[in-house]
Design a binder for this molecule. Structure first.
Ligand SMILES: [Zn+2]
Ligand SMILES: [Zn+2]
Length: 786
């Protein structure tokens, strides 16, 4: 192929099979090369790939390509996360149904329909981005495509449940759990987002039984007065010390509750008196546990008040609150209301306010293992090191075991049955995916009572219980124990910082509970991508950059080069704009133009003998960049080397070196010896070829095309450049560039064109060896030395 005038995004379409879907990317099971495994985050199928994910995948692809060039077999799988609520919500919307209003089989069929349409799309975007997964469509090979809802993956998820259940690390208990009325399921602490919401803070009148005195109790949840078990004040609060041991009577419900001093009451908040209700918020839950009070649960899972709420029974929480306020007003028991910003727990997925409801659920033990988990967090190498604290902080704050069961349909089933006669638990055998709600267990009779009827468990597992298995799955855990033993832990977990407390934490926890060890050697945590003004991208702010549009408009290469040249891990976040991405096109054009210029010269591979001092200078600069790139790429830092390589291409190389040797390379009137001419061409080529090799992980399309034009070889099959003994030069890049700049400046001052001859110019003696090159470059008639 002849090189185009400039880099054109249309070239990518013709190269995508060679760049993204090459058989070279497959994992060679028979080779003995070292393995580098990347536990890629399986993106959620029915969500379009957003700019943050697109960036993360490009960066992971840099790592994979670099490791292949340094002699590794790379496990780089394409996983797709297909379990859980987002799929169910999409099916509910599309078919205008509710999951619990149609037969379960039918609902699952609807979910599958949604999935079929969305899976192909995500895969296509990755190929266009140039991501070199092991295999895009092949589930049979190591690192191929995997789906978290496939029978194999779900069988692994169930096997991990069975192991932990049999070890006693998973247990069932009735506890107050976080409950999302919108998603109608239990959610883990890690799925809760705290949002400051304007909320009415109401002053309610309670009465003191012993004295008849009226006291003011402030609350955001007046509908929970029916569950009030105690009124508290701060032990330091002199206003209320006289109430100690007395009894308060709740308004409208007229229930008698004790008054006590407790530090949970804040003197500055409201009147300083607080009613403690069952499960109004997390503080309440801790309080009830600490004080050994038995909670009265007044809200049912569907978000309506139950019989414990008396006259509010049957009303939805929000309506119950409004009615309570009305009735308090009528009775003269509402003393005041004002708006405050209340830190409200909400569901991360559906944004509904979280309720606290008592439910029997399965829990996975974690509180007993905080020390082990901290030790593992300290064993993993974090890039950057400061991200480790995100994981340590999360471990520190754990307050209850992980609730892992959910009351939904499209997820991996809890693999248990119960004997209808004696409730004996039948655990599924490991190795095969089971659906207890529709299948009979493998045993015919109950081992405890010999009865023959069973009831299958209907609950499913939290999707983090699934996705936390990804490092186990890609390394063959439970399917190929020899492979797992040889290649665990995974070399690298790359991911975004917003899922440290979920995906990273749960992966570390599960692997520890199952194997006692760490499952990652390295963890690389990506920053957030903000808009150009530094704001978070969101649909409502209208500042979202859609990677698909970027691909349509600019192609993958400018986007990838932008991701490399702005992704500084030492910063926490970085900003994105169309202009910054578009600007990268210039560097691609520069590489094409340099290649066109250099490829016109006849080339002799053995010409590196009669190097001029300027050749030695640029080669020393190139060697330094090779060493630096290797050292930084090994730390997953592409930002610094790529920034320096871009600078090298534009400044020392194109603006200075190329200009200094142009005349020698053309050698029009044979003013130079052939050896000297060939040395210039050799150096020009060596620098461009090496630069392309160094940039090949970042620019897989452009480097493939240009390198092939120059050398006839596939750049992606080359070994990454190395330098045993870096060349040294007597000149620094900065001083050569300064000197040229001074000459150009002189011409400008004399109103001369930059290519016009200059009568005289003096340079410091030390630059004597460069005199021939400088004379040619600047057309200086009399060059003097001082
Ligand atoms: Zn929800
Ligand atoms: Zn039985």
């Amino acid at each position: 192929m002849v090189l185009p005038k400039s880099w054109d995004k249309a070239l990518e379409a013709s190269l995508v099979d060679r760049v993204s879907r090459s058989p070279d990317h497959r994992f060679d099971e028979s080779s003995s090369k070292p393995v580098f495994s990347i536990d890629t985050p399986p993106p959620y199928v029915n969500h379009p790939v957003h700019i943050g994910q697109a960036t993360t995948y490009c960066l992971m692809d840099f790592f994979a390509r670099y490791k292949r060039m340094t002699g590794h077999r790379v496990i780089f799988p394409l996983g797709l996360d297909r379990n859980g609520l987002p799929i169910e919500v999409a099916a509910e919307k599309k078919f205008k149904i509710k999951f619990n209003q149609v037969p379960r089989e039918e609902f699952i069929a609807h979910c599958r329909e949604v999935l079929e349409q969305s899976s192909a799309e995500s895969t296509d975007s990755f190929a266009r981005l140039g991501v070199s997964f092991n295999a895009y469509g092949d589930e049979r090979i190591v690192g191929g495509k995997y789906l978290t809802d496939s029978p194999e993956y779900r069988a692994l998820t169930q096997a991990t449940f069975i192991d932990l259940y049999e070890k006693g690390l998973i247990y069932e208990a009735k506890r107050i759990v976080n409950y999302c009325p919108g998603c109608r399921t239990t959610v883990a602490d890690s799925e809760i987002e705290y949002v400051d919401k304007p909320t009415a803070f109401n002053d309610l009148a309670f009465k003191i039984r012993e004295t008849g005195e009226s006291i003011t109790v402030s609350t955001t949840r007046p509908e929970l007065v029916c569950t009030c078990a105690m009124v508290i004040y701060n032990p330091e609060d002199d206003r209320y010390k006289h109430l100690e041991g007395k009894t308060a009577i709740t308004p409208l419900f007229n229930k008698e509750v004790p008054i006590r001093a407790h530090p949970f009451a804040k003197m500055e908040k409201g009147s300083g008196l607080v009613m403690m209700c069952s499960a109004g918020d997390l503080t309440d839950i801790w309080f009830f546990r600490e004080m050994n009070l038995s909670p009265v649960i007044a809200i049912d899972p569907d978000g309506t008040m139950n019989d414990h709420a008396g006259f509010l029974s049957g009303l939805h929480v929000k309506k119950a609150r409004a009615k309570m306020i009305e009735d308090l007003k009528t009775a003269g028991l509402l003393l005041g209301t004002r708006q405050i910003q209340h830190r409200t727990p909400t569901c991360e997925r559906s944004k509904d306010d979280i309720e606290f409801i008592e439910m029997p659920e399965f829990f996975c033990k974690q509180l007993d293992f905080k020390d082990d988990l901290r030790r593992i967090a300290n064993e993993i190498n974090f890039f950057s090191d400061s991200s480790r604290q995100l994981l340590l902080d999360w471990i520190e704050g754990l307050a209850m075991d992980w609730p892992i069961s959910r009351r939904r349909y499209y997820a991996t089933e809890v693999p248990l049955w119960y004997c209808k006669a004696c409730s004996h638990v039948i655990v599924a055998p490991k190795g095969k995916y089971v659906q207890p709600w529709r299948e009979a267990p493998s045993v015919k009779t109950c081992p405890a009572c010999k009865a023959t009827e069973f009831e299958g468990e209907t609950r499913v597992l939290d999707t983090w219980f699934d996705s936390s298995n990804s490092p186990l799955f890609i390394l063959g855990y439970g399917r190929d124990d020899a492979f797992f033993k040889a290649h665990a832990p995974a070399t690298l977990r790359p991911q975004g910082k917003e899922i440290v407390r979920t995906w990273l934490y749960y992966s570390v926890l599960k692997a520890f509970l199952l194997t006692g060890k760490t499952i990652f050697r390295d963890a690389w945590i990506n920053y957030h991508i903000l808009d150009e003004k530094g704001y978070k991208m969101s649909k409502s702010a209208g500042n979202v950059i859609d990677p698909k549009k970027i691909l349509d408009e600019f192609g993958a290469e400018p986007f990838r080069l932008w991701a490399a040249s702005e992704g500084n891990l030492e910063k926490t976040d970085f900003s994105c704009s169309r202009e910054r991405i578009a600007g990268q096109q210039k560097t691609l054009n520069k590489l094409v133009n340099l290649a066109k210029f250099i490829s016109q010269f006849e080339f002799d591979e053995k010409a590196a003998r009669s190097l001029a001092p300027e050749d030695a200078w640029i080669l020393s600069e190139m060697d330094r960049l090779v060493l630096f790139s290797r050292e930084a790429y090994d730390r997953y830092d592409f930002f610094q080397p790529v920034s320096q390589l871009k600078h090298f291409v534009w400044e020392p190389f194109a603006s200075h070196y190329v200009e200094m040797v142009k005349a020698r390379a053309y050698n029009n009137e044979n003013r130079f010896s052939r050896e000297s001419q060939m040395a210039a061409v050799w150096t020009l080529r060596h620098c461009l070829v090496t630069t392309l090799e160094l940039l090949a992980p970042v620019l897989p399309f452009a480097s493939l095309l240009i390198y092939e034009e120059l050398t006839g070889q596939n750049v992606h099959r080359q070994a990454f450049p190395s330098v045993a003994k870096p060349r040294v030069s007597e000149f620094l890049s900065a001083e050569i560039m300064d000197l040229n700049a001074k000459i150009w400046q002189t011409k400008r001052e004399q109103n001369l064109a930059l290519n016009a001859p200059l009568e005289t110019f003096s340079i410091p003696k030390k630059f004597g060896p460069l005199a021939p090159a400088l004379r040619e470059m600047h057309k200086i008639n009399a060059l003097a030395f001082v």
